[in-house]
Every structure is written in structure tokens, then in C-alpha cells.
Design a binder for this molecule. Structure first.
Ligand SMILES: Nc1nc2c(ncn2[C@@H]2O[C@H](COP(=O)(O)OP(=O)(O)OP(=O)(O)O)[C@@H](O)[C@H]2O)c(=O)[nH]1
Ligand SMILES: [Mg+2]
Length: 304
């Protein structure tokens, strides 16, 4: 950590929003830049629901990333909150990292969904285009894509990367630093995030639910850590509630003889222990909160 009085007058610091459609690899990209698994990532769209802050610091710069949910047409109140999180991140930042992947759907939606969202910031903020998942395409195809996108919008930079394989990530970080305003660090330079440990623990459990269940179940689930006790002499104790919308979903989460829930617990515990660097005892309870996704009271209660 840099002491306050050692901060150079040329220190650069700023906010960078990571923006784009669901599933293009926004959270994987933030994790790759920070070299830490901070934001959960799954093969399913709409994994990220909130604005997740991740802080990169070195001797001369601090970049505060805001990982955001994927851009969607909201159908229920939770999704409306997710979209509000995207817009507030775009508003708050100095630089917008617009992330796309190379699937036809994402490329097709670019003009109708992404560009209209960027237009209010055209000429106001620095806007990058990050073409992610380039491990999945040929060099020729990439050059063709760059050619296609460079005329669609006045991007300050177009950077191809593979977040999953850490390809060109250092180059992206280097380029970002050049666009940061001169500003002292906003946060202590030895912290990675602002969220409490409980938040990351709940997210890791939610990640397992996205991985292990199908269809509507992951989308109808929220996880709240209700108790977390550090025990210097033994395993830390964690109690978490898995909230679903209906009794039928509760039965699915628990599974035959509780086996499905046990699997969630085992997988989540493994990742939580890795995240905390300590052994934990994890207890999970499943609760029904009718239609919580459309209840402003429950959403508020869950911190949305
Ligand atoms: N092949 C490949 N897969 C990637 C790459 N980056 C991310 N992925 C995969 O793409 C999927 C989605 O990644 P996420 O990081 O969760 O995507 P996201 O944009 O944050 O998704 P939402 O939070 O749902 O909007 C995961 O299965 C990732 O492993 C990449 O560079 N190459
Ligand atoms: Mg995400």
C-alpha cells in the first residue's frame, strides 16, 4: 500500500464501466485484469445482477472497474433493477469498456442495442471496444470484425482479447491507463473491492446454483448470507439462505434426499474456502418468498 504522502502528483485514477450484452465475458474480463476471481462467471446469461466494483492499483495508477449485468429488455422488477445498475455505472465512469464476443447474435444486436446505449456518451467519455473470446475465431475473421466495427462508432480504441486465456489483457490495462485522468487514488491501494466478504460468499453460492440447475431455477434464486462467524481456532461458520419463488423450486433445489442441495454446499464450500483462504462450515437453508423478483419490498430487503 502506498502511504498518502508518497502519492505522486501525476497519479492517475478513474472509473471504468464494463458494459455489454449478457454472457460476452464481462465478469471474466474484470477477473482477468485483477488476476482474482471477484465476480462470478457462468456459461448462462444474466449471471451478474449488481454493479460489482473491482479495484486495480499499482504505483502510478488506480483503475476502479464496475462490472455490470448484461444489457437486456427487462421483464420483471429484478431485471429492471439490473438495467438501472448498468445505466448508473455508465453515468458514473470515466471510460466505458464495451465488450462483445464473436457470436453472430451479439454482432447482429450491436447496432440496435449497444450503439443506442452508447450514443449519450459519444464525445463525452472515452469509449473502448473490447472484442472478447478471440480464441474462438481465426485471425482473418478478427481482422474482418475490426474492420466492420471501426466504422460503426467513434471508439477511442478497439482491443481484441481473450479474457479466459489471459490473452492481450496486459495490453488492454496499459492502454486504459493512458486514458485515466490525473487524480489521487479513490480507494486505499491495498484493497480489491468494497463489498463485504458476505457478499462474495453469497455470490459463490449463487454461481453454483447457476451451474447445477436448469431453466428458470437459477433466475428465480437469490442467496443471502445470514450469519458469518470467524473462529480463529476452528472453521469459520457460515449460514446462508437460498431464496426461491415457489414451493416447486424449493423441492428442485433440495433434490431427492437432499442430494442436490448437498452438491451445491460441497461445491460452494470449496470455492468459499479458496476465496477466504480458510476452512469453513457452511449451512444452507432454502426459503420460499413468493414472486420476490417482482416485489419491491423483497428486492429492497435483498439490497437491490
Ligand atoms: N472461449 C472463451 N470463453 C470465454 C471467454 N471469456 C469468457 N468466456 C466464457 O463465457 C461465459 C460467460 O462469461 P461471463 O464472464 O460470466 O460473462 P458476462 O458477460 O459477465 O455475463 P453476464 O453476467 O451474464 O452478463 C463463461 O462460460 C466464460 O467462461 C474467452 O475469452 N474465451
Ligand atoms: Mg457477469
Amino acid at each position: 500500500m502506498i502511504e498518502q504522502n508518497q502519492i505522486s502528483p501525476n497519479f492517475r485514477s478513474g472509473y471504468v464501466s464494463i458494459f455489454g450484452e449478457p454472457n460476452v465475458g464481462k465478469s471474466t474480463l474484470m477477473n482477468a485484469i485483477l488476476n482474482t476471481k471477484l465476480s462470478i462467471t457462468t456459461p448462462k446469461p444474466q449471471t451478474t445482477r449488481r454493479k460489482i466494483l473491482g479495484i486495480y492499483s499499482d504505483d502510478e495508477t488506480q483503475i476502479i472497474f464496475l462490472d455490470t449485468p448484461g444489457l437486456i429488455e427487462p421483464k420483471y422488477l429484478l431485471q429492471k433493477k439490473m438495467v438501472e445498475n448498468i445505466h448508473s455505472a455508465l453515468n458514473e465512469c470515466d471510460i466505458i469498456l464495451t465488450v462483445i464476443d464473436t457470436t453472430e447474435r451479439v454482432i447482429q444486436n450491436f447496432d440496435s442495442k449497444i450503439i443506442p446505449a452508447l450514443l449519450p456518451y459519444d464525445g463525452v467519455k472515452n469509449i473502448f471496444l473490447v472484442i472478447n473470446k478471440i480464441d474462438l475465431i481465426t485471425k482473418e475473421k478478427l481482422l474482418e470484425l475490426i474492420d466492420r466495427f471501426k466504422d460503426k462508432f467513434k471508439f477511442n480504441e478497439i482491443v481484441p482479447v481473450s479474457a479466459l486465456h489471459q490473452f492481450n489483457i496486459d495490453e488492454l490495462t496499459r492502454t486504459l491507463k493512458q486514458y485515466l485522468p490525473v487524480h489521487p487514488p479513490y480507494f486505499p491501494t491495498d484493497i480489491l473491492s468494497q463489498e463485504p466478504e458476505r457478499f462474495f460468499i453469497a455470490e459463490l453460492i449463487r454461481e453454483k446454483i447457476f451451474e447445477l440447475y436448469r431453466e428458470e431455477v437459477p433466475y428465480s434464486t437469490e442467496v443471502i448470507v445470514t450469519d458469518y462467524k470467524e473462529r480463529p481456532k476452528g472453521k469459520d461458520y457460515i449460514n446462508a439462505e437460498i431464496i426461491v419463488e415457489r414451493e416447486s423450486q424449493k423441492r428442485i433445489i433440495i433434490g431427492k434426499n437432499g442430494e442436490a442441495l448437498k452438491r451445491v454446499g460441497e461445491k460452494a464450500r470449496h470455492d468459499i474456502e479458496q476465496f477466504l483462504g480458510r476452512k469453513v462450515y457452511l449451512e444452507l437453508f432454502v426459503k420460499v418468498r413468493e414472486n420476490w423478483r417482482d416485489s419491491s419490498l423483497w428486492l429492497k430487503n435483498f439490497g437491490y
